[in-house]
Design a protein around this ligand. Structure first.
Ligand SMILES: [Zn+2]
Length: 421
């Protein structure tokens, strides 16, 4: 009797009727502080998420990152903090294609004074839910789980097989999170939705990449009273930094117009970190100087070409400066990605967003990066970014809008029931 009554309710109506349940779940997730670094309470949250997915009928497994790999990958201060990824699968009768949903469950550290006391309160106030992770991105997790709950409760069969991954460490480098997942977990998606990067009326079809280099300038120490006997690394570094002004201007001439009509340009930020070598003293000619370069790679640029080009420029610039010896090390990189939003998967998603939000939809390219590139670049499948988003990401009073959490849940349910691949 109860079941038959529910069957007459659509997933969307179910979501509206039971909206309080979404918020309760999100409060519970926000209450487990998964601050990274160092990576706290990952065991607790992945236990909870495994239980939630299992209860929703997904075949679910929690993967523990092997200790040796963890020790090889993370700095010693994080060796006591285990890493886990959760994977759930739901086979839909008759479905031929598989859609993968991904979200990271770690959050950035907390500081400052929050409006409702604790940063992990999950307080609902005037249509918003507050707390670290509400926007980035436990809100997405809660929306997706609620969408799956709505499908199950209303007896609605998805037209696609479903894979769900909740992964670690996106706020650091994703190596043991989504990076590990696409390499080692038994997944075989045809499409992916990373549940951030696009929000409101924007569906994300790509994001910038990063290339982080550290340049070391090697000089020669001498007594400060006889500077002519040394090679001043700071002076050489200054000349090199000035020369990089040319490179900045050269990059600024490269443009990429996104599908929504925004012009993006590659950038470099110099010296986010800079330092002298050990033994620096006011009366010593500095023997070493070091600075970083944060190169933002356009969604349509080739990452390795960008790196080769920058390294070649640095080498040539250093050769023009007398006695300027440098070495260049790569600190890290994140691939950019871009899928032209002409594929039916993108059209279908834009249709769902437009239908649920009653507003035209545009395709955006995100300046920051997220885990989309692991699916788009590594697995080479059509990948988009969409989630409930929010305000003050990584800041005090991070919050998500209740209306958008519910809208995202409806959109996820909608794509699963309308698109067959
Ligand atoms: Zn995020």
């Amino acid at each position: 009797m109860f079941c038959r009554t529910l069957r007459t309710v659509t997933p969307s109506a179910y979501i509206d009727l039971h909206s309080a349940a979404l918020l309760t779940r999100l409060q519970r997730l926000v209450g487990i502080s998964t601050v990274n670094p160092p990576g706290e309470n990952y065991a607790a949250i992945t236990t909870e998420l495994t239980r939630d997915l299992t209860a929703l009928g997904l075949r679910t497994r929690r993967f523990t990152i092997p200790r040796t790999l963890l020790r090889q990958t993370l700095p010693p201060a994080q060796h006591a903090f285990p890493r886990y990824n959760v994977l759930g699968k739901l086979a839909a009768p008759g479905a031929k294609k598989t859609l993968h949903f991904n979200a990271h469950y770690d959050v950035v550290p907390v500081s400052g004074l929050w409006r409702h006391g604790s940063a992990f309160s999950g307080t609902v106030d005037a249509g918003w839910i507050y707390g670290r992770g509400t926007a980035d991105m436990k809100g997405s997790i809660a929306s997706l789980l609620f969408a799956l709950q709505a499908l199950r409760a209303t007896g609605t069969t998805p037209r696609l097989n479903v894979e769900v991954s909740f992964t670690a460490d996106e706020e650091t480098d994703s190596v043991l999170g989504t990076g590990w997942l696409v390499e080692h977990a038994p997944i075989k998606p045809d499409y992916a939705i990373v549940m951030e990067g696009g929000e409101l009326d924007q569906v994300c079809c790509g994001h910038n990449g990063t290339l982080w280099l550290e340049v070391t300038v090697h000089g020669r120490a001498a007594h400060g009273s006889m500077p002519e006997r040394g090679i001043n690394a700071l002076e050489k570094m200054s000349a090199l930094v000035l020369a990089l002004g040319d490179y900045q201007r050269r990059l600024a001439r490269r443009t990429f117009v996104t599908p929504e009509g925004k012009t993006m340009r590659p950038t470099i930020n110099l010296g986010g970190e800079f330092s002298a070598g050990p033994g620096g003293k006011i009366n010593t000619v500095p023997a070493l100087a070091r600075f970083t370069i944060d190169r933002r790679v356009l969604a349509v640029e080739d990452q390795s070409a960008a790196e080769r080009d920058l390294r070649a420029f640095l080498a040539a610039a250093a050769r023009k400066i007398p006695q300027c010896k440098i070495s260049v090390a790569k600190i890290s990189e994140n691939f950019s990605c871009f899928s032209p939003p002409t594929h039916p998967f993108f059209t279908a998603m834009a249709g769902c967003v437009t239908r649920v939000r009653q507003q035209p939809t545009v395709f955006n390219v995100s300046t920051g990066f997220n885990d989309m590139h692991f699916f788009s670049h590594h697995l080479k499948i059509p990948t988009l970014g969409y989630g409930p988003g929010g305000e003050d990401f990584h800041a005090v009073n991070e919050r998500a809008k209740v209306k958008e959490l519910l809208a995202s849940a409806k959109i996820y349910a909608d794509i699963l029931t309308r698109f067959a691949g």
